[in-house]
Ligand binder design. Structure first.
Ligand code: RAM
Length: 359
């Protein structure tokens, strides 16, 4: 081997080592299981719905953040699907949901030769460069939960249509505050693609005549951080003494807001709804802080995203509208406009049904 190629190899090893170190320094984690290593036929050309699923696919999940029970459940659903297709599952990610914190993870996954990267984006633009490079290196890119710009991935697996979430959230809070009064939104990070899309549509929804007596006074950002969300809730109640309700379309935010309200003079008087996990919200539903909230099944979302990735990497689909693929126990799905696949409608949880759900 020539000195220059040895140097090049050395430099690559150094780059890889520093990427791994950088990822570790961000406080993230890695989890993996090994599946069948037998590879399938090489993929190329147009999508073939009858192509067999390749085995041994390396499928990595990169959530917005790793220390969030929502993503733990979602990624475990992904792991189940990867096991079913006899692939290799891996989960990596930052501990903080910030715009660019996912970039170093994508670069590392790409260098590790992943067949599929499944990610929930903290920002629609910040990870596009890294994803485009990963695509060029041969990975199929599936966004789930929170999208990038469409050109940065092949398929987006959406939990519920954004319109469906907006209607659900506005209907819940309107019912809880008796159709009139000031409300605020407690969101996740300011750049989150999913929350920003839902909030935009909630504002449209609030223009309907039946909501004319409801006024959205502000949107606060808890950054999908428990402490920050707790403090933002306190701040909202101090700044808006007439506040009648809070909508928090983030599992981190709604749980922190519920904890604040349940220990305050506002418990039961200021209404709170949003998107939460039953396990995190159960005690607040039982103690009367929260009447009802909603969510989809995060495990099914991760499961569907993994199957979409396997279908892409096996050449069954390319991400074009109208293509169909099978997602194990969830059945058949069709790719819609802009490469979007929708899981299904949300579930509303209240004291009558919450004990039936464990996630
Ligand atoms: C948080 C995240 C996630 C969102 C859920 C509802 O866990 O912000 O992206 O879909 O809440």
């Amino acid at each position: 081997m020539s000195t220059s190629s040895r140097l090049r190899l050395g430099a690559t090893a150094l780059t890889l080592a520093s990427l791994v170190l950088a990822a570790a320094a961000c406080g993230g984690t890695t989890r993996e299981n090994s599946g069948d290593s037998g590879g399938g036929a090489p993929v190329g050309g147009a999508a073939d719905p009858d192509a067999p699923l390749r085995s041994g696919l390396k499928i990595a999940f990169l959530p917005k953040q790793v220390n969030n029970p929502y993503f733990t459940t979602a990624d475990n659903g992904g792991k189940d699907a990867v096991t079913e297709v006899r692939g290799e599952f891996k989960e990596v990610g930052p501990s903080e949901a910030s715009a660019s914190s996912q970039v170093s993870y994508i670069n590392t996954l790409s260098q590790q030769g992943m067949d599929v990267i499944v990610t929930s984006a903290n920002d629609p633009n910040a990870i596009c460069g890294a994803l485009t490079q990963a695509k060029a290196a041969g990975a199929k890119i599936v966004t789930f939960d929170s999208d990038t710009k469409p050109e940065c991935r092949q398929v987006f697996v959406n939990q519920v249509t954004a319109q469906g979430i907006a209607e659900n959230q506005v209907k819940l809070i309107a019912g809880q505050i008796g159709g009139a009064g000031e409300i605020a939104i407690l969101s996740a990070t300011a750049n989150a693609t999913n929350q920003n899309t839902w909030i935009g549509l909630m504002k449209e929804e609030l223009k309907k005549p039946e909501y004319a007596r409801i006024k959205l006074v502000t949107v606060a950002y808890g950054n999908d951080d428990d402490q920050k969300s707790f403090q933002e809730t306190q701040g909202l109640l101090q700044a808006y003494p007439d506040l009648k309700g809070i909508v928090s379309p983030t599992t981190v935010g709604v749980a922190a807001a519920a904890r604040y309200l349940s220990g305050s003079q506002y418990k039961g008087r200021v209404k709170l709804t949003g998107l939460g996990t039953p396990n995190q919200m159960r005690e607040y539903v039982k103690d009367g802080t929260v009447d009802a909230f909603a969510l989809w099944n995060p495990a099914d979302l991760g499961y569907l995203a993994a199957y979409a990735g396997a279908a892409l990497a096996s050449g069954q689909i390319s991400g074009a509208e109208g293509e169909k693929f099978k997602a194990g126990k969830l059945g058949e799905f069709t790719v819609g406009k802009d490469g979007t696949v929708v899981l299904g409608p949300p579930t509303v949880f209240d004291k009558t049904n919450i004990d039936q759900f464990q996630f």
